[in-house]
Design a binder for this molecule. Structure first.
Ligand code: NAD
Ligand code: DAU
Length: 344
């Protein structure tokens, strides 16, 4: 692993991962390949060009365009592909699944095919705990069948199956990580934690879906990046690795913690109509990644605290996002919900 392609590297986790690798490995070359959808943002990478001149490049491109993908891998002589590129927001997948199927399923196939043709040494797929579906009790193991319930989760599960098929059929050296909810710097403020933090900072209502008793494992993004790095170096080709803290938090408790950290009143919480098909709980068994020697450095609560601090300190980053397209999306998603919502 010397010359990496990070697809979707202008997004939240991919940009943190690119920075992590460049800082840690002085001999590594990193190429970020990203379409720059609404979620892609060059501000996420703006420090990298000067800090890592000669070791970092950005190419704007779509993972669904085979010719551009192949040309980029060839031109930059890339030996490893790490695929973060995806449509990632469950609520948007419910409104309009089309781009999810295109990018998450077909785009992954295009990357696999290019990796096979050009004999890439490792293809790593960034997947999600959502492919296991709702987990009322216990914890999902990597060998469990996938049972996705939203168009987003179904598209990610489809991609995982194709990645595994390329390993079995063509012997492509692949690995997959299935991460739980990441939080931290540069997360687009449509996801619940940055949405609630930035709304609370502006004394706007926090739209909590349903009873707020859904459970998630909120992990700090840099812990997830460490895990992906470890799997790239020490993971067994053909294997899947769950990545999470292995603990859980209810959305209601996460919301109160954010308000407490910001010194804001709980009257900002609005209970609004639930997400359709809302998975109440995800939980992953993390013994495999732990056996590789990985431990998360942050608990869910610490991850939330660090995230709140980053958004407080970086208004320059998120204020300009919460305009234009974001406002349109916000009205469509929350206009009627907030109108029907109630205080807790
Ligand atoms: P994000 O939405 O912040 O970023 C996605 C990036 O992909 C953006 O930069 C976007 O421009 C790019 N992109 C979208 N379509 C593309 C295309 N067709 N071609 C090239 N680039 C394209 O996403 P994220 O939260 O950073 O998630 C990254 C990956 O991690 C995704 O695969 C997601 O499914 C997975 N994941 C996310 C989480 C989480 O909590 N955020 C947890 C587990 C797994
Ligand atoms: O579990 C990993 C997944 O985590 C990733 O694969 C996805 O890309 C990522 O978006 C995230 O999915 P979730 O649906 O869990 O994240 P989201 O931030 O959208 O919602 C987290 C929880 O908060 C969920 O139970 C729904 C709830 N929620 C969300 C929003 C946006 C609310 O109560 N109100 C909201 O406005």
């Amino acid at each position: 692993m010397k010359r990496l392609m990070i697809t979707g590297g202008a997004g939240f986790i991919g940009s943190n991962f690119a920075r992590h690798l460049l800082q840690r490995y002085p001999d590594l070359f990193v190429l970020v390949y990203d379409k720059l959808t609404y979620a892609g943002n060059l501000d996420n990478l703006r420090d990298l060009g000067d800090a890592f001149a000669g070791r970092y490049e950005f190419v704007r491109g779509d993972i669904c365009t085979a010719a551009a993908v192949e040309e980029t891998i060839r031109t930059y002589q890339l030996d490893t592909v790490v695929n973060f590129a995806a449509e990632t927001h469950v609520d948007r997948s419910i409104m309009d699944p089309d781009s999810f199927i295109r990018t998450d399923v077909y785009g992954t196939y295009v990357l696999l095919e290019a990796s096979r043709k050009l004999a890439v040494e490792r293809f790593h797929q960034i997947s999600t705990d959502e492919v296991y579906g709702d987990v009322p009790v216990g914890a999902s193991r990597e060998t469990d069948p996938v049972a996705p319930r939203s168009p987003y989760a179904a598209s990610k599960a489809g991609a995982d199956l194709m990645v595994q098929a390329y390993h079995v059929t063509y012997g492509l050296p692949v690995t997959i990580t299935r991460g739980t909810n990441n939080i931290g710097p540069y997360q687009y403020p449509e996801k619940v934690v940055p949405l609630f933090v930035t709304n609370a900072m502006d004394d706007e209502p926090l739209p909590l879906y349903g009873d707020g008793l859904q459970v998630r494992d909120y992990q700090y993004v840099l812990d997830h990046c460490e895990a992906v790095d470890l799997v790239l170096r020490q993971g067994t080709p053909g294997r899947i690795y769950n990545v999470g803290t292995g603990t859980e938090m209810r959305n209601l408790d996460m919301t109160h913690l954010i308000l407490e950290l910001l010194g804001k009143p709980s009257t900002l919480i609005r209970r609004v109509p639930d997400r359709e098909g809302h998975d109440r709980r995800y939980s992953v068994d993390v013994s495999q990644i732990r056996a590789l020697g990985w431990e998360p450095e942050h608990s869910c609560a610490q991850a939330i605290e660090l995230t709140v601090r980053w958004y407080v300190d970086n208004e320059w980053w998120w204020r300009k996002i919460k305009t234009g397209e974001y406002k349109e999306y916000y009205c469509q998603q929350y206009g009627w919900r907030l109108a029907q919502g109630s205080a807790t």
